[in-house]
Design a protein around this ligand. Structure first.
Ligand code: ATP
Ligand code: MG
Length: 230
């Protein structure tokens, strides 16, 4: 078994951090030495901070999140505007270090899988270099079949191993009729398992998510045995 998982999404804001926190929390609860990483962040380092707190790791935030841009933009764009080169060597050095330190590493990507992180690199290249099975997080409601199938197809076309899909309800909108049928249709089309369906929870909604609640909540909706067999 490869010692980690790479979490990407069908979009920004779909629930990657919540899913990553759920996995980290579940593994920690099973006494697995789990590490976390948000290799590249833009706009805020709060994902890295939330994951660090959830996994209870002492690793410095600069290792967990080695590259950070102030502007909430695709890294390639933020890098240009901020006149700062995105140092991928720094990312890979931190990744090597953390993956040696921990039994299992939960890595959260940035945005969706085709987001550019440099002139000629995108998240898919980062995922390939990290070489962990990829978990795709998507919305649970209408429109998600299209986005999820596109993301799976794109990932596979680059030779990535996709281990499954998590569907998350991140917004308090009335459930449309598709929510009940999307998982089955996505499994049929992608031949991949749905490893979690996370419902909306008003207590974790909002910009400042209560760190102590998120992992516990999300972990109860994720099939962790398919991610880390014990
Ligand atoms: N199940 C849920 N219940 C309530 N609120 C949620 C849920 N999932 C996500 N949210 C809300 O949506 C926001 C985005 O979720 P999250 O940060 O996990 O997405 P992300 O894909 O990691 O975003 P980013 O691309 O910024 O990293 C959260 O801050 C939270 O407010
Ligand atoms: Mg996030």
């Amino acid at each position: 078994m490869k010692n980690g998982i790479f979490i990407t999404g069908t979009d920004t804001g779909v629930g990657k951090t919540i899913t990553a926190a759920g996995i980290a929390y579940a593994l920690k609860a099973r006494n697995v030495d789990v590490g976390v990483m948000k290799p590249i962040a833009s706009g805020s380092r709060s994902d890295a901070q939330l994951l660090k707190r959830t996994a209870h790791v002492d690793d410095p935030i600069d290792l967990i999140n080695p590259v950070y841009f102030d502007l909430p933009l695709a890294p390639s764009v933020a890098s240009k505007i901020e006149s700062r080169e995105l140092d991928l060597q720094r990312v890979y050095a931190a990744f090597e270090h953390l993956s040696q330190q921990h039994e299992f590493l939960v890595v959260e990507g940035i945005g969706g899988i085709a987001v550019p992180i440099g002139k000629d690199k995108s998240v898919v290249d980062l995922a390939k270099r990290i070489d962990f099975p990829v978990l795709i997080v998507g919305r649970s409601n209408l429109g998600t079949i299209n986005h999820t199938v596109l993301t799976v197809t794109f990932a596979k076309s680059f030779g990535l191993e996709v281990c499954g899909i998590v569907l998350n309800t991140g917004q308090d909108v009335p459930e449309d009729i598709s929510v009940a049928t999307n998982p089955i249709e996505i499994e049929r089309l992608t031949k991949l398992p749905i490893l979690g369906e996370i419902p909306f929870n008003q207590h974790i909604s909002g910009k400042d998510m209560p760190i102590d609640l998120v992992g516990n909540f999300a972990s109860s909706y994720i099939d962790i045995s398919k991610i880390y067999p014990l």
